[in-house]
Design a protein around this ligand. Structure first.
Ligand SMILES: [Zn+2]
Length: 225
C-alpha cells in the first residue's frame, strides 16, 4: 500500500483542519504534512491526538524558527521539511540534522532548483534528508528528465506531488491538470508521498485528488513489474 496523504494546505480554511484530518483518516490516508503557518497553536493538542494515527507525519517549517520548533516539540514528527533559503537557521537547533529534510525549489528561487545545487547542500551537511518535490522539478524542466537524478538521491525522505497550473496557480490538483508526466516520474513508491495541491473550494475534493494520484502511481507499478 502507498504511504500517501496530504499537506494541510489543501484547504486554506485553518478552522476546518481537524474536520479535514478526520475525513482523511477515514479515507485511509497514511501520510500527512502540517504546514505550521496554517495551524493555530491553540489546536495543537487536539491535532496531536489525531496526527498520531498516521504512519508518516511531516511538518513544513517556515522562516519563523520559534513557531516551527514549538510545533516540532509538540507534534514529534518523523521529519521537518525546510527550504534551502532558510536552512542555515535550522542547522544549530535542538532539531537533529537527520530529522531535517531539505526540499528542492521551483523556478522562482535562485538556489535548490537543480540536482547539482541540492547535492552541494548534502555534501556540506551529510546527515540532512531530501524532500523531492516533483512539481518543482516540472517548473524547471517540463520534460522531467532531471527527475532521474533527483530520484537517485539516497537520502530521499519523501515526495511532494501536485499539478502545475502556471505562475498564478503553481500547486493545482493533478486530477484537474492531468499532468501524468509528474506522477510518472515518481520512482521510489515505498517512500511517503505528500500531495501538495491547493483546492480550497470544496474539501471533499481531496478524495478525487487522492484517487487520481493513487491510481496513476499504482498503474505505473503494475506496468513496471
Ligand atoms: Zn513542496
Amino acid at each position: 500500500m502507498l504511504t500517501l496523504g496530504f499537506s494541510l494546505q489543501f484547504s486554506k480554511e485553518a478552522h476546518l483542519s481537524v474536520n479535514l484530518i478526520s475525513q482523511m483518516l477515514d479515507y485511509n490516508c497514511q501520510a500527512i504534512e502540517v504546514d505550521v503557518s496554517n495551524i493555530k497553536f491553540g489546536k495543537v493538542k487536539e491535532l496531536h491526538t489525531l496526527l498520531k494515527n498516521f504512519s508518516f507525519l511531516s511538518i513544513h517549517a517556515t522562516e519563523d524558527i520559534k513557531n516551527s520548533t514549538d510545533f516540532y516539540e509538540k507534534l514529534c514528527p518523523d521529519i521537518v521539511t525546510v527550504h534551502p533559503n532558510f536552512l542555515s537557521r535550522y542547522l544549530n537547533l535542538p532539531i537533529p540534522n537527520e530529522k531535517i529534510s531539505v526540499e528542492n525549489m521551483d523556478w522562482r528561487q535562485t538556489n535548490g532548483r537543480y540536482p547539482e545545487e541540492m547535492k552541494k547542500i548534502f555534501t556540506d551537511n551529510p546527515k540532512l534528508r531530501f524532500t523531492c518535490d516533483l512539481n518543482h522539478i516540472y517548473t524547471n524542466d517540463l520534460t522531467m528528465k532531471s527527475g532521474k537524478a533527483f530520484n537517485a538521491f539516497s537520502n530521499l525522505s519523501h515526495y511532494h506531488i501536485s499539478g502545475f497550473g502556471g505562475e498564478n496557480l503553481p500547486h493545482c490538483p493533478l486530477y484537474k491538470t492531468r499532468q501524468k508526466v509528474i506522477a510518472e516520474s515518481l520512482e521510489k513508491t515505498n517512500r511517503p508521498i505528500i500531495i501538495e495541491s491547493f483546492d480550497s473550494d470544496d474539501i471533499s475534493n481531496f478524495r478525487k485528488e487522492f484517487d487520481y494520484i493513487a491510481s496513476t502511481i499504482e498503474e505505473l507499478k503494475t506496468t513496471a513489474s
